[in-house]
Design a protein around this ligand. Structure first.
Ligand code: AMP
Length: 395
């Protein structure tokens, strides 16, 4: 059988990120991003080994954009596409694994809209568009939340009245599951350990950030909750704040809930603390130049990350290693070094040279002698989604 091709699609409300994954090739034959969909500025960016190209598609919606993407994907796939894998943000308690998409499973995703009112409708519009365009192709949904469905109840329940959980699903779900699953498995492979008998702390640090405790290939706890706002300091998200902050801001400033929610999700985190940027590269340079806001944002980010990792340790009986991934985790030696400096009690010691070496896709171990293992592992959510799609095609 020749190597199969899977198109991986990640739909946002006005964007489609896509990648063609060939099971025998480590890089993607074609990838790209359609953005500003539904506006006169709608554009599709394509990237392959030959270079980059942009195509203006004024007022294109998801389906119109996919109709432009399809012929190029098929050409790059040598005329043979085997399936489509869709990233879906919220699977609620209905989905604990990736699933073939059909009438029943689509209804399940729709039933979770109230848990992810911005994300699931965008994911669904991409799925419907892809199904209209490729009715013959098997399509698979891969959920950000599914990996964390193995959390025990004491980790996923909030201490609020029981009814809120039973009637309205108010609980911790966690996100970034596809990344935590992929990198913890890769970490076990790199360390020469069986994933089904290993224990990891994982820090996924991108524009969104979360930690996870992974035991024997299963999530046992994670820092995000009902929504991706809980937990760590992120690019523009605050992470944990006192839940009474809403009340305080309403009483003192007269702010409405929607304004507070927008502030906590879009104006906080690294951006809010630094007053400069949500981008860790910009902040790293500004910190070196002595910018006080960038320095503060960096310090709070690393301390809160260390605190979360230490807390995740409660879910482990042994520790085989700590894994850094995501744009910041894979590239920022200074964030790793500063975070690990707060974790001396757990015995972590970093090797400065190895730490500096692991950037731009270089995986490796960065601990000094006598320290528990510390790994840098590039994530690859698109490949994991393609692997899940292939597994369901085989089943
Ligand atoms: P992601 O969402 O995984 O693409 O990660 C985005 C984040 O990674 C942004 O905050 C970037 O500034 C950060 N990032 C990417 N490269 C570097 C780097 N070389 N040093 C520090 N942060 C980086």
């Amino acid at each position: 059988m020749s190597a199969r091709n899977i198109l991986v699609i990640n739909c946002g409300s006005s964007s489609i990120k896509f990648a063609l994954v060939n099971e025998a090739q480590s890089s993607f034959p074609l990838q790209g991003l359609a953005e500003r969909l539904g506006s006169p500025e709608a554009v599709i960016h394509f990237e392959n080994a030959a270079g980059k190209e942009s195509l203006s598609v004024p007022d294109a919606d998801h389906q119109a954009a996919l109709a432009q993407i399809l012929p190029r994907v098929e050409e790059a796939a040598g005329g043979h596409l085997d399936g489509i894998g869709h990233r879906v943000v919220h699977g609620g308690e209905k989905f604990f694994a990736s699933t073939l998409l059909n009438g029943d499973t689509l209804a399940g995703i729709e039933a979770n809209i109230q848990l992810a009112p911005l994300h699931n409708p965008a994911n669904l519009s991409g799925i419907h568009a892809a199904m209209n365009l490729f009715p013959e192709l098997p399509q698979v949904g891969v959920f950000d939340t599914a990996f964390h469905q193995s959390m025990p109840e004491h980790a996923y329940r909030y201490a609020v009245p029981d009814l809120l959980y039973k009637e309205y699903g108010v609980r911790r779900y966690g996100f970034h599951g596809t990344s935590h699953r992929y990198v913890s498995k890769r970490a076990a492979e790199l360390a020469g350990l069986p994933v089904e008998n290993s224990s990891w702390l994982v820090a996924h640090l991108g524009n969104g950030c979360s930690t996870c405790a992974v035991v024997n290939g299963e999530s046992r706890d994670t820092s995000m909750g009902l929504t991706p706002l809980e937990g760590l300091v992120m690019g523009t998200r605050s992470g944990d704040v006192d839940p009474s902050l809403h009340n305080f801001l309403h009483n003192t400033l007269g702010w409405e809930l929607s304004k507070i929610d927008a502030m906590l999700n879009k104006e906080s985190g690294l951006k809010g603390l630094s007053g400069l940027s949500n981008d860790m590269r910009t902040l790293t340079e500004a910190r070196q130049a002595g910018h006080p806001g960038a320095t503060l944002a960096f310090e709070v980010f690393c301390y809160r990350l260390a605190k979360s990792l230490a807390a995740m340790g409660c879910a482990l009986e042994q520790l085989d290693g700590l894994v850094f991934t995501g744009g910041i985790g894979e590239n920022s030696a200074v964030v790793r070094e500063r975070t690990l400096a707060h974790l001396k009690l757990l015995g972590f010691k970093v090797d400065a040279e190895a730490n500096a070496r692991c950037t731009r896709g270089v995986a490796g171990e960065i601990q000094a002698a006598g320290s528990p293992r510390i790994l840098v592992v590039p994530t690859n959510e698109e490949r994991q989604i393609a692997l899940d799609t292939l597994a369901l095609l085989d089943a």
